[in-house]
Design a protein around this ligand. Structure first.
Ligand SMILES: C[S@@+](CC[C@H](N)C(=O)[O-])C[C@H]1O[C@@H](n2cnc3c(N)ncnc32)[C@H](O)[C@@H]1O
Length: 354
């Protein structure tokens, strides 16, 4: 009898994936609560309206690339309370907003006061022409955790509702292959890895909903060159980091292996580079403005502070942006994307500059 079947017999123990699924998304799950994610932590979306402005600018550039389609889709994937979709609609120029269909995809219920123009869905719409944007989604897609035992064998970590852990059966099959390919564990006792396979699959299925356009996943990330030795699973509650306990009382999150999620043609950039390319800079306004136009100076100073937070080293600026183009190069030989995706962020003039 394996540890796992022993666990099943008592009913107390499960892998972290099932435990997280129940704790976050079960009937009384953390993300079903009325206060929403913003009641517990600040994402880039909550940190500043500049973030939604940057995403709106990206949507405008994409609109140009797509030849200004009659229907331009914006999908706020894992939308929380729809804050990003709301901010993007507010930031779009009127003629683009008029052609934009905005969707919020979320497990939790639609908030009462949400803008009527935003359609609330439990899964992405099909045949998206435009932008699917997933801010801090993949870190909340539940994963199994592996830990090496005393013989150096990676085993599934089992957990109880109170957060107590023990080791289960050796990791096998597709999960073992994923570990070998993306996060090989040296044979040293106690090393841990989060098995990102369900995130790769979740991302692939979201990208599959895009017919033409761009899918972007933004998250705490690491790549093969810098995997953390002991994993990154942690909890958040009411603004504070907490031990990860799968009882529905806190968020459960683990950084994302974005390089593993990337599909062919995908590219990962730091948020600071992506936002700078979209016109978000943390530079202070010139001091002379303070005496000539003081109100404007104060506004510009506040914006510079918010931009600095969104691009900060050691903070939100270190987040990864996975940019995944779909069908953008076809028929547009003058606009190659595959080699340098960052061009999408910089080479098309702003809509307002046309
Ligand atoms: C960390 S919050 C991010 C919210 C918002 N994107 C933001 O940046 O403020 C993660 C959200 O993803 C939602 N979520 C997780 N998995 C989902 C799925 N498969 N489909 C839709 N929403 C999902 C959760 O309910 C939660 O509201």
């Amino acid at each position: 009898m394996t540890d796992d079947t022993a666990a099943g017999a008592t009913g107390d123990w499960s892998g972290w994936r099932a435990a997280t699924e129940a704790a976050l998304y079960g009937p009384d799950g953390f993300y079903r609560r009325l206060e929403g994610p913003a009641g517990h932590f600040r994402t880039s979306v909550h940190a500043s309206p500049l973030f939604a402005e940057a995403v709106a600018r990206l949507l405008c550039r994409l609109d140009e690339r797509l030849g200004r389609p009659a229907r331009l889709d914006f999908v706020d994937m894992a939308a929380g309370r729809g804050e990003l979709a709301t901010g993007v609609l507010a930031a779009l120029p009127a003629d683009v907003a008029a052609r934009t269909r905005a969707y919020a995809v979320e497990i939790a219920d639609r908030p009462e006061a949400l803008d009527d123009r935003i359609e609330w869905l439990t899964g992405p719409p099909k045949n998206i022409t435009g932008l699917l944007f997933a801010n801090e989604w993949l870190d909340n897609v539940p994963v199994e955790i592996a830990e090496t035992d005393a013989s150096g064998v990676p085993r599934r970590v089992l957990v109880r509702r109170d957060g107590r852990e023990r080791l289960g059966e050796p990791v096998a099959g597709a999960e073992a292959e994923w570990l070998d390919r993306w996060w090989p564990l040296p044979a040293e006792e106690g090393l841990r890895a989060e098995i990102g396979l369900p995130r790769d699959e979740a991302w692939a299925s979201a990208v599959a909903a895009v017919e033409r356009g761009l899918a972007v996943a933004v998250d705490y990330a690491h790549t093969a060159a810098s995997r953390p030795l002991f994993g990154t699973l942690t909890g958040f509650r009411e603004g504070r980091e907490t031990p990860p306990v799968p009882d529905g009382s806190c968020d459960l999150t683990a950084h994302v292996a974005l390089d593993a999620c990337a599909l062919p043609g995908g590219r990962v950039l730091p948020q600071r580079d992506a936002l700078r390319a979209l016109g978000i800079a943390g530079a202070r306004p010139p001091l002379t403005l303070a005496s000539t136009r003081p109100a404007e100076y104060v506004r510009a100073l506040a914006r510079a502070g918010e931009a600095a937070e969104l691009t900060a080293a050691g903070g939100l600026g270190d987040f990864g942006w996975l940019l995944q183009p779909v069908g953008l190069s076809a028929g547009m030989p003058d606009a190659p994307l595959d080699g340098s995706l960052a061009e999408l962020l910089v080479d098309v003039p702003d809509h307002e500059e046309q």
